[in-house]
Structures are given as C-alpha cells and as structure tokens.
Design a protein around this ligand. Structure first.
Ligand SMILES: C[S@@+](CC[C@H](N)C(=O)[O-])C[C@H]1O[C@@H](n2cnc3c(N)ncnc32)[C@H](O)[C@@H]1O
Length: 291
C-alpha cells in the first residue's frame, strides 16, 4: 500500500511551484539582500523546502535556529537566522564550515581532471590518517572532492577513507573566495556530534532533516537505522519549543510521528522514488509541534 492511499484528503501532498527568493530583513536596511547558494553539493539538500518552512519560521525568527542534521546548509542559508546552532556528525563538513566562517581562500590549485582528483583524494585520506582533519588544506581538499566527485557523494569505506569516484562533469565552477559567506556564518555555532547529545534550550526553534527513512530496510544512507528514526522522533517530542522534522513519508514514519502527536503536512518532492525504474514522485512529510 502506497503512503498516499493512507492519507485523508486534507493531508494530500501539496505540489510545488518555483522557489521565491528569501531575504533577511535585519540585513536589508542598509544593503541589498544576500542570496547565498549552498557551497557544497549535498545529498538530500532541502533548498526546495525553504518556501514551505519560511511561514513557520517567520513567527519565531527571534529565537535561536537549531538544525541537528545541517548537511549542505540549504535551509539556514535560505531562512537566514541571526543566531543558529548547526550540527552534523560528519566532521569534515563541519571543519569546512569553520574555515568558511573565517573567510576561506582556496590555495590549492583546482581543475576538473581525473588524475588530479585521485591524487587529491589520496592526499585527503593521508591527512586524515595523520590526524590533520582540522587543517585548512584538508578542508580545501574536502571542498574540491565534493565538487569534483561523482554526484557530490560523501562516502567512506570501513577504514574511514573517502572512496567516491571521479565525477566526469563537463564543467565545474569552483569557488576560490568564500568571504561572501563570512557575515552570515559568523554568529552561527557549528558542532559535530550525534544529534541526541545536543543540549537544547526550551525556546529553541528546531528543524531536523535526518537521513530519509528507507522502507523495508533496516539501515539507510549514513548508517541511520530505524532505531535512530524512533530515537529522533521521541527526543524532539519532548522538546518544549517549536519543532519541525522532515522525512520521506513512509508508512512507518507517518505512523510514528502521528503516535507522538506531531501535526503532519505532505509535499511532493522534486525527486523520484528511485532512479532505476520507479518514477513515482516521492512524498515528503513535515511533522510539526508547538508551532
Ligand atoms: C538529509 S541530510 C541533511 C541535509 C540538509 N538539511 C541540507 O539541506 O543539505 C542528513 C545529514 O545527517 C547527518 N547525520 C547522519 N546521522 C547523524 C547523527 N546521528 N547525528 C547527526 N547528524 C547525522 C549526515 O551527515 C547528513 O549530512
């Protein structure tokens, strides 16, 4: 049974229209609004959801914005909170953002070239083995690998080595100067930890975008399993402030969020269920509490 068949008519998914620009009024007084694109490619990026999250956020923009699975930063760059706590358990990602906060200027030569790619991949893995994850060069290499690898994937083998192949793109635009991001990212706090170790303040606004639940599979991407989905839903059900979770609307996710008293809204995501056959549009759920 598909998830659509279990939804009442009032909960049927909304089909999306074009993404309107999002601006930050407090920065607009003296200068034109800044529209910053996520600097990395990131699986499951939620740029398309920003227009749907924005009306919920607008009533709470005086609060601290907290995102326990911040990934590619698509949502905070869209909502532009003044204060944010952004967490992800991918340490390389967070180290990269910390360098961006400091106005990263790329110094390594970059090119869309297979040999250079594999050379830099080996150098990145050696740096990590040598305990140099926090070095500026390691973050530059991480950026280069993300732009140049296959589909912007971030995948590691059992030894912790980045092992995504070369992407074979016709053209890649590499950023050299990240200083345009400094003003926005400066007041934001970045941490790397499992989400549940975050000590939330009761009035935090939380938007959580965990790895998708994959039906009939115990382990999904990033090793996030069903127990983790339950752990997250329960953790946030006890949060006193406004909370939103987004996820793939599988039957078990819909049932879990309903049981815990979340209010549910559905959207048609701009992606298909699977790239190898099933062309059904994916249905995404937003689960709200205290909004
Ligand atoms: C769907 S992505 C988030 C995408 C993000 N909202 C965006 O728009 O780019 C999920 C993220 O959760 C992170 N993650 C996986 N397990 C985690 C955990 N236990 N605690 C914190 N972050 C985790 C992954 O590294 C990944 O970046």
């Amino acid at each position: 049974m598909g998830v659509q068949s279990i939804l009442p008519e009032s909960e049927l998914p909304v089909t999306l229209t074009a993404t309107p620009p999002v601006t930050r009024p407090d920065l607009m007084q003296d200068q034109p609004p800044i529209q910053l694109k996520p600097p990395l490619k990131w699986a499951g990026g939620k740029r398309w959801l920003v227009p749907h999250l924005k009306p919920h956020w607008e009533n709470h923009r005086h609060r601290r914005y907290v995102e326990p699975f911040c990934g590619g930063l698509a949502v905070p760059l869209g909502l532009q909170p003044s204060y944010a706590w952004l967490n992800d358990n991918n340490q390389h990602l967070i180290e990269f953002y910390r360098w961006v906060q400091r106005g990263l200027q790329m110094e390594i030569p970059v090119a869309n070239d297979r040999d250079l790619y594999y050379h830099y991949r080996a150098t990145f893995n050696q740096n990590v083995r040598d305990g140099r994850q926090r070095d500026k060069t390691t973050s530059e290499l991480f950026y280069y690998l993300n732009r140049t690898c296959y589909n912007g994937l971030c995948r590691f083998n059992r030894k912790g080595e980045f092992n995504v192949p070369f992407g074979s793109y016709k053209r890649i635009n590499y950023l050299e100067d990240f200083s345009p991001y400094c003003q926005m990212l400066d007041p934001w706090r970045f941490t790397t930890a499992d989400f549940e170790s975050m000590k939330l303040e009761p009035d935090d606004f939380v938007y959580a975008d965990p790895p998708y639940d994959v039906p009939f599979v115990q382990y999904s991407q990033y090793g996030f399993n069903w127990d983790d989905q339950v752990r997250l839903a329960k953790w946030l059900a006890s949060h006193l402030g406004p909370t939103i979770i987004s996820n793939q609307a599988t039957e078990r996710i819909v049932s879990l969020y309903r049981q815990l008293g979340y209010q549910l809204h559905y959207y048609t995501a701009p992606r298909r269920i699977s790239c190898n056959g099933d062309r059904t549009p994916a249905i995404e759920v937003l689960a709200l509490r205290n909004i």
